[in-house]
Design a protein. Sequence first.
Length: 312
Amino acid sequence: MYNRGDLLWEEARTPAVLSRGRKIGYDGTMESISIFLRTRKYYIAAAAAAVILFAALGVVGWRSGWFPHGLPPPAPTPATSLYETPLPTGTPSGTVIPTPRPSPSAAIPYTGAPVAELRADPKIVAQISSATYQGSRRELADMAAKLAFGLNQPALWKRVAYVKHFYNDDFGARDAYEYVNRIAPTDATAFYNLAVLYGYNLREPAKAKPKFEAAIRLDPFNISFSIGFANFYIEVMRDPRAAERILLDGFGKVPTDVSITSNLGMFYRDEGNVAKAIEFYEKALASRDLSPGERAAIQAQVDQLKSQQAGG
């Protein structure tokens, strides 16, 4: 059956962060007109007309506010977004250089143990290489830096929890999973893993039960959740009847799943209900998903139970 204390893990995939910026430039266009005058008379006349024309435009422009100080308006200052910085010398025009800056404060603040902090169990540290341990510490520091730019990254938080749990820093893992429950309330795996932490590692079974229930409610066809919850009732709460109800409920949802049928077979075997144990073991044997080794092991259980039933 389920190995207590094991967490389900989904590999963290950190999405790329795309920054968008808009750079406003100022383009001026000059048009030159060449006029070829054949005579001095025409030249003087044209020059006089040009002077009058520019004077008229100057008056109109001054009254209209085109050139309030007699000079062209300065080029607009490039607009900068949250991720933009002024362009360094030699950068092609129109290029925006993204520079990460801290994001605005999150709607849901994190108040748990610092991400980069690792309260490692000395017994665990003694069993692994120094390189592995230092690598884990660097990974936590790196994740802390990434989360400083945006807390709403559930996959990163789950990785934080997983690393800390590996070193038996279960309070740190708890804080990370609790935060995932808040920012990603539909993440069933995070609820399940937190339930395991509360039920086995932190010894707070009253907090484990609603987390198990939330995981099953969010993903009712994940039989691993039902099996884990049933084992919690057997091993921690010492309530086999509740465990039976949970397993049968899972069987009702996915009756052909070999995990639920074989676990029901084991449950009834341990409870001394030989007939029920044989019934569910044989349901498991009907599955095509069994490996040869699994099939042989279950068949051996059935043969043994039938021998007991026959009084042999």
